[in-house]
Design a binder for this molecule. Sequence first.
Ligand code: CA
Length: 234
Amino acid sequence: MKPKRILVVEDEPEIAAVLREYLEREGLLVESCDRVSDALDVLARQAPDLILLDVTLKDGSGLDVLRAAALPESRIPTIMLTARSAEADRVLGLELGADDYVTKPFSPREVVARVRSVLRRTTEARSDKARAHSASVLRVGNLEIDRDFHEVRVDGYATKLTATEFKILSLLAEHPGEVFTRSHLLDSLNDTGEIYERTLDRHINNLRKKIERDPREPEHVLTVYGVGYKMSRP
Ligand code: CA
C-alpha cells in the first residue's frame, strides 16, 4: 500500500521535528510547513492524507487551513494541535470539520495513535463508499451503467442518454435475459406519462444508436418479435 502523506503545519520547530521523527518511524511520509499560506499551497498542489494542524500560526489562524481542508469535495482528515487554554478554537475547529484534537503539551506517541485511528476511520469510510458505489454500477459486456452518476459508458467512454433512454436501459439491464413486453416497459417507465407505445420503439432505436456497435444488429437490447425487448445476458 502507498505510504500515507501527513502534512504537519506547526510553527514551533522543536514540535515539528519531534512529530516528523515519530511519524516517519511509523512509515508515514511527512511534509511540514509553518505558515497558513504555505499550507494552503500544499493543499492546492497535492492533498495529503491527513493534516496535523497547529491553530496559532505566524501569519494567521490554522482554522483557515481547516476551512480549506474541510471542503466537501476534498475533505482532508485533520487533527488540531491546540493549547490547553484554547477551548474556543477547539470547539470551532470541530464544528468546521476537524476529526480530532490534541492539546499541548502532548506525547508524540499519543499523536501517532490519533493519526493511526483517524486514518483507519477515513480509509474504512472510503472503502464502504467505494463498495456501495460499485454495487450501483451494472456491467453488461462493454457497457457500464452507473446509476449513481446517471452515466453510461461504452468501452469506457461516457455516452449521453436521455432520461428515458437511461431508464429503459437500466430496467432491462437489471434483469438480463428477461423479456419485457411493451406494456410492461411502459408501465415501469411511465411514472410521468410522457412515453407512449408508439414512441417506445423510437426511444429504443435512439438508445441502440448510442450503445450498440451496429444498431441494426444489436448485441445488448434485443427485440423479441411480437412481444417486446430484453437485455442480452452478459
Ligand atoms: Ca503555534
